[in-house]
Each structure stands twice: as C-alpha cells, then as structure tokens.
Design a binder for this molecule. Structure first.
Ligand code: GUE
Length: 297
C-alpha cells in the first residue's frame, strides 16, 4: 500500500487565502491592518531565509511586516527594550523573536518579556499554561499546523493512539497538549524511551519532532497510520549537494503509512501559514472583534 501524500504546501496556500479574506474585512469594516514584527538577532543564514519568507508571505496576505535585524552581539537590555517598544505599539499585533538566540541571551527571559497577547509563537509561559488547561491561548504555529492537517485527514481524532516523538517546548509538548485536547490517547516518546520502535508501532498517529535525520524507519510504522514529519534536516546528498530530509525515512514510511507529510512541502509551509493566522487572531482579540473560525485550535 502506498500512503496518501498530505500536501502541506497546498493546504498552507488555502489557509493563507482565508487569512487574506479576514485581513481584507478587518481593513474594510474596521480600518485595521494586522501587523507582525519579526526580530532576528545575528546572521545565521538559515534563519535569514525563514525571516525573508515570513516577511514576504505576511505582505502577500495584506498585513504589515516589520523586520528588526540586530547585531549578533546585541545586549539583553537592548533586546528587551525593543520588545517593550513593540509591546506598546498599537500597530503591532504579533511579535516573533527568531530562535535560537545567540548564547549570551537568555531566551526564556526574552520570550517571557513579550506581551502574551502578541506572542504569536505561543511560547510565553502564560500561553503554555492556558493551552495546558484548555483555555483560550496563542497556540504554537508548528503544532497548530500539524493539528489542522490531522483533523483534515481524520475528521475526529477522538480515541486514536498518538505518539509524539520529541519533547521540545516548541513542538513536542504543545503537540501533545493539542492531541489530548482532541481526545487522543497521547504518548510522548524521546531519546530515553524504552523500546521506542514498539511504542511507535502502537500509534494511529505518529508525530516525529526530534531533529535527527531519517531516524524513524518504515518498520516502526503501523500499517495505515498517519505520519506527520516535523523534521527539517539539511544533509549531505549525492555529489556534495545538500538536500532536505525529515525525521522519518520517507520511502520506507510511505510504503506502510496510510498518509504522510513530505519534507519539504509538508509541515514547514503550514508553520508559516499558522503564524499569519495567529497574527490575525491576535489583531481581532486586541480589538474586541470576533475571531476567524477554523484558524485557531
Ligand atoms: N520563534 C521562532 N518561531 C519559528 O516558527 C521558528 C523559529 N523561531 N526559528 C526557526 C524555525 C524554523 N521554521 C521554519 C518554518 C518554515 C519552514 C518551511 O517552510 N520550510 C520549507 C522548505 C524551506 C527550505 O527549502 O529550506 C518546507 O518545509 O517545505 C522551515 C522552517 C520556523 N522556525
């Protein structure tokens, strides 16, 4: 059996279309233009690529995009004062500080300095707590994108066995909370998990978010399971060229899974679409307006 390939690129384009419709309505009916500020400290080339593509897509859906590029040796005090300014700026509805930050900056401190209402990454401790208790929050973009694809694929997720491989604060933990919120039976597995292959084999839904290239082989996958591959790893390919691979071994997993997300073109584009969706949601909440349906968890 060959798996259905979940087209994250097409799904993300659909989400961006819905976001654009809401942005147009906010402008027309309320004179509001959602604004997203992206803060990048240092010059990591991969980060610069993401920041550029976020900025481009933000403008394409009709929102304002502001980029702050800071020197790699920027002090914590300077970064915190920029965040304070953005917190106080009524034209800015979403703030994203690109991670990882250089080592001399305390990322927990920096993230928790963002106004939770503008924390479109959903990384502030208030948003983490709200999500964990089932209250309205800003939901982290990558897990939100994964949830949207899973709901589209399955309809109801109720009662399904879900295994999340990886326990990071940005993907694994919030992903597990969202799956639990949709009534899955959730296991969080990680590098110390005993009998990892056996644990993964139980799952109707596998979300791989460990950051290790092609770590999950097809013979760990239950036939017919849905595989969501969050990994984006650049590895050495043939002839010295680099290529992108996920955390799952695509060929072998696709041979047994019922459905699978490719890398690239799966979770990555959905992450950016959800960032735009979160910015519209934040703008609506900030102005006491009803928020778009279907763009939140
Ligand atoms: N505060 C913060 N929030 C983030 O959301 C965040 C971050 N920091 N730091 C860096 C990571 C990385 N990230 C990606 C988003 C989309 C693609 C994406 O669209 N990738 C394309 C391929 C891109 C390529 O070809 O390199 C795809 O998967 O199809 C990739 C990576 C968001 N991140």
């Amino acid at each position: 059996m060959a798996a259905k390939i979940i087209d994250g690129k097409a799904f993300a384009a659909k989400i961006r279309g819905e976001v654009a419709t809401h942005v147009a309505r906010l402008k027309e009916e309320h004179g509001l233009t959602p604004g997203l500020a992206v803060v990048l400290v240092g010059e990591d080339p991969a980060s610069q690529v993401y920041v550029r593509s976020k900025g481009k897509q933000t403008v394409e859906v009709g929102m304002n995009s502001v980029e702050h590029k800071l020197e790699p040796d920027t002090s914590e005090a300077d970064l915190l004062s920029l965040i304070e300014r953005l917190n106080a700026d009524p034209a800015i509805h979403g703030i994203l500080v690109q991670l990882p930050l250089p080592d001399h900056l305390d990322s927990d401190l920096v993230i928790n300095a963002i106004d939770p209402a503008k924390d479109v990454d959903g990384f502030h401790i208030s948003n983490v707590g709200l999500l964990g208790t089932g209250q309205k929050s800003m939901v982290p973009c990558t897990p939100l994108g994964c949830l949207m694809m899973l709901r589209e694929e399955h309809g109801s997720l109720s009662g399904l066995d879900a295994v999340v491989v990886g326990r990071s604060n940005i993907v694994g933990k919030p992903m597990a909370q969202l799956l639990l919120g949709d009534s899955c039976t959730v296991t969080i597995a990680h590098s110390r998990t005993k009998d990892l292959p056996e644990v993964v084999r139980r799952a109707d839904i596998v979300v791989a978010a460990v950051g290790r290239p092609e770590m999950v082989p097809g013979d760990w996958i239950k036939p017919g399971a849905t595989v969501i591959d969050v990994g984006i790893n650049r590895i050495e390919g043939e002839g010295g060229k680099t290529r992108l691979v996920g955390d799952c071994h695509y060929e072998s997993c696709a041979a047994v899974a019922g459905a699978i997300t490719p890398v690239p073109g799966g979770v990555g584009p959905m992450t950016i679409a959800c960032l735009l969706a979160n910015t519209v949601t934040a703008c609506c909440r900030a102005n006491g307006l009803s928020e778009p349906d279907g763009l939140t968890a």
